[in-house]
Ligand binder design. Structure first.
Ligand code: ADP
Length: 399
């Protein structure tokens, strides 16, 4: 749902660097005051270009950026009153921590007493009390990032832009800082635009995520919406989903009959209101499977989907390609022979399931490749996705 009171508006933004490279091909986006919005997409999709256009570092060929309804056309970077935090954050090495944080305030000509109290407040905000006199060289990578954040927040920017700010840090530190960053952004109430190619970062941090591809927006939504209802199979693949099957939906055989998607490995019953008949991609989430309890007579069936003994599930008969124990779950890769080529699916099976042992699943005794495996698949955890339409997304950007 578009925010009620737009703070930042992007209208029909286009940007071409040269004849082959159309970086942005018509971007419209509205951001509300206090929102944390992530721009998420693969490398080269135009995220940084969009951020640079908002900042005033790049001029769009067409389109407009508006702040509180006022066009920023012709307003230079330093007059926009926006904060920037980039991956190569470049703190001033000759200044100590306090002077780095004070930099923007000094440039704005604020009096010393106001600067001192603001710097102290910022040090508290980023949990670096007592670090004011330290040299930049006495800080860890994470501490430097917190100083960079404090420096960009000190002048109370109308908008904070962050471009892969955690990109240079290792995974553990990144997760820790991510939580801290979200808490700090929330505390200050600053409106933030966060650029990343890391879906986990975007999911954890954002109020809304904008998925970009080849200079266009593919989907905008809350993290929950994007994750549970990816708009198409490009978005699903980008979020890391792997179980994507071509599927045809035909009109129901009889009025009131449930909708069934035809896949290369058999018919799959759908839950909820089905979309219009046509071609789709069926996404089956990795958590949609359980081991079938013994007693199914699936050995009599062929490979693929079959009606299950439990009415709310579908039986999937395949064979193990690989199985790994991960503590809380088994990750199992299943091959299902199909008429043209075999289909491979991956599922996370809860390790605590009682029937696990019965099917020979134990941490010290994993099924060998080739072992037949029966799974119950719960259609409530599967979704039909619109087909990916790359031609629509990038008609003229095949450089
Ligand atoms: P992202 O931030 O999503 O990785 P960018 O906005 O950096 O994407 O780049 C979008 C496209 O524009 C890419 O094809 C990139 O090569 C191109 N591009 C970016 N900056 C320039 C530039 N200064 N000159 C020419 N092409 C550029």
């Amino acid at each position: 749902m578009p925010p009620a009171a737009p703070h930042l508006e992007l209208r029909h933004i286009h940007k071409t660097y040269n004849e082959q490279t159309r970086a942005l091909a018509g971007v419209d986006l509205t951001i509300a005051t206090g929102e944390i919005v992530s721009l998420l997409g693969p490398s080269g999709c135009g995220k940084s270009t969009l951020l640079r256009i908002i900042a005033g570092l790049e001029i769009p060929d067409q389109g407009e950026v508006l702040l509180d309804g006022v066009s920023l056309r012709g307003v230079p970077v330093h007059r926009r009153h926006f904060g920037l935090m980039f991956q190569d954050f470049a703190l001033f090495p000759h200044l100590n921590v306090a002077d780095n944080i004070a930099f923007g305030l000094r440039m704005a000509g604020q009096p010393d007493t106001a600067i001192r109290s603001r710097v102290a407040a910022m040090l508290g905000l980023v949990n670096l009390e007592g670090y004011g006199d330290r040299s930049i060289f006495e800080l860890s990578g994470g501490e430097r990032q917190r100083v960079a954040l404090a420096r960009s927040l000190a002048p109370e920017p109308a908008l904070l832009m962050l471009d892969e700010p955690l990109g240079s840090l290792d995974r553990g530190l990144r997760e820790e800082l991510l939580e801290e960053l979200r808490a700090i952004l929330r505390t200050t109430g600053v409106t933030a635009v966060y650029v990343t190619h890391d879906q986990d970062e975007a999911l954890a941090l954002s109020d809304r995520i904008v998925i970009m591809r080849a200079g266009r927006i593919e989907q905008v939504g809350t993290p929950q919406t994007i994750y549970t209802h990816p708009a198409n199979d490009f978005v699903a693949r980008f979020l890391g989903f792997e179980n994507l099957l071509p599927a045809q939906l035909r009109p129901p055989a009889a009025p009131g009959a449930g909708a069934v998607a035809q896949t290369p490995i058999g018919p799959f019953p759908l839950r909820g209101a089905p979309p219009a008949p046509g071609d789709y991609t069926l996404l089956i989430r990795p958590e949609a499977a359980r081991l079938a309890v013994s007693g199914t007579d699936s050995r009599a069936h062929g490979w693929g989907f079959h009606p299950a003994p439990e009415p709310e599930a579908v039986l999937l008969r395949g064979e193990v390609v690989a199985c790994t124990y991960r503590g809380r779950e088994y990750r199992v890769q299943v091959r299902v022979p199909a008429p043209t080529q075999p289909v491979e699916l991956r599922f996370d099976l809860p390790a605590f399931q009682r029937s696990a042992a019965r099917q020979g699943l134990a941490a010290n005794q994993l099924p060998a490749p080739g072992t037949p495996l029966d799974l119950l698949i719960y259609p409530g955890l599967a979704t039909l996705l619109a087909l990916d339409t790359p031609s629509k997304a990038a008609p003229d950007r095949q450089a």
